[in-house]
Ligand binder design. Sequence first.
Ligand SMILES: Cc1cc2nc3c(=O)[nH]c(=O)nc-3n(C[C@H](O)[C@H](O)[C@H](O)COP(=O)(O)OP(=O)(O)OC[C@H]3O[C@@H](n4cnc5c(N)ncnc54)[C@H](O)[C@@H]3O)c2cc1C
Length: 472
Amino acid sequence: MSNMKATYVVVGGGIAGVTCVDTLAILHPEESVLLITASSLVKNVSNVSFFAKTIVKFDVHETEASSLKRIHPNLTIVYDSLTHIDTVNKVVTTDGGILLEYNVLCICTGGIPKLISDSNNSKRILGIRDTESVHEFQSKLKSGRRMLIVGNGGIASEIVHATRGIQKVWVIRDDYISATFIDPGAAEFFQDTFKNKSAEETSASAVLRRHIFTEEDTLVSLNKDLKSAALGPDWYRKLESIRNETGEQELQIIYKVEVVSVMERDGEYPLEVELTNGQKIQCDFVISATGVIPANNFTWDCKPGIGLDGGLSVNEFQETTIKDVYAAGDVAHAAWNPGAHWFQLRLWTQARQMASMAAKAMHARITNEKILQDFCFELFTHCTTLFGYRIVLLGKYNGQGLGNNYEILLRTTPRLEYIKFVIQNGRLQGAILIGETDLEEMCENLILDQIDLTPFGDDILNPDIDIDDYFD
Ligand SMILES: Cc1cc2nc3c(=O)[nH]c(=O)nc-3n(C[C@H](O)[C@H](O)[C@H](O)COP(=O)(O)OP(=O)(O)OC[C@H]3O[C@@H](n4cnc5c(N)ncnc54)[C@H](O)[C@@H]3O)c2cc1C
């Protein structure tokens, strides 16, 4: 017996859940929608701006869940957690014992931060996930003297960039920084943000350099090329030259290591972290920014398909292997055969795209219509800000899945812009655009249309030629 009933039931108040509810409000305003959210605050998207057809930038903020009712009069909000799905009777159960009947269900429960060590459940190991964990982090920062940061993605990079007045030991698996989003060349570009250069110096020292080379091996060889030939050796050491007011080195980066153990101890510092190179680091707390695990924190009456990453396998319409149960955002695993220039990366952009697709497919199921997968899945795009610069990542921006045989064209103007084109068989496969390059739309077209760039030769990135003119 169910207590409540709705045509559409959506679980989770993150970007995915809210986008799904918003899209359903537009597509099917007269139908009942029910949102199950564990928290009264939900994520909302604002200031959406389009750089091109598929390249969208937006801000994310938190808002009262009740404000969603303004756009969706038929929305019911249940402040509770999903605990069980009965797919035979199409009923979900919440932690508070409420039974909710659905016609179609969308699971948007997101991810839970992977902590590097759960062996001692230390309160001093922080996984940054939401506002609450950010507050916790800020209060620890006030009292701490030394922190250890683990991870090499956008979050770890931002923490390193945004914190001052505390000693930081940054432990990374790779041999260059911010590996998730950028390559060693872009990492080199960012080095200057760690130095205190004035704006005047910035414009005065802007020098254009341009390099073309073919990657022979792996990114490691690319790294070597960039360090030795293109962009100067051992640049990353400069990051570590910043000192605090008392003259102590503020940042130390330890490359190509992982954490073996974290032990609480008595002494000057409450934690001791052992690394794979045998080094022992003492610190006040550890920030674990090593990604998330999909939040499959509820039970089922049957076994849904699960991807290798632990996410709920979904097809191109975001439907799980169980009929009428959809999933979107971090909890989902894209199990369809993706287009040549798209791959899954757990980001706001994709949470939003997947959720909007799920809502369209759910609506189509209820109204018996046929739909196609959304165009946005043709091209991986991500807009973000890193170290104060706008970054646009497109397609196979780091040569993902392209094997060894591709070319990289690079143009970099220190402290102004960094442009990298990944080219295979004369056609653009991906790009990294850092700074105000104004090349987003052109790159999108070049990738989507697979235009042969061979006739343009090196001019494609010649700073003296406006490449846009070629394609007008
Ligand atoms: C610290 C941090 C910074 C990030 N910064 C960026 C960034 O700058 N740019 C970017 O693109 N991406 C960023 N990401 C990734 C991005 O946050 C996620 O990809 C995105 O938020 C996923 O959205 P979602 O709706 O799938 O999940 P979430 O935002 O995790 O939302 C899931 C919601 O479901 C709720 N929930 C979970 N289980 C249940 C349950 N059983 N019942 C009911 N509710 C439940 C949760 O409480 C939560 O409210 C960041 C991630 C982290 C951790």
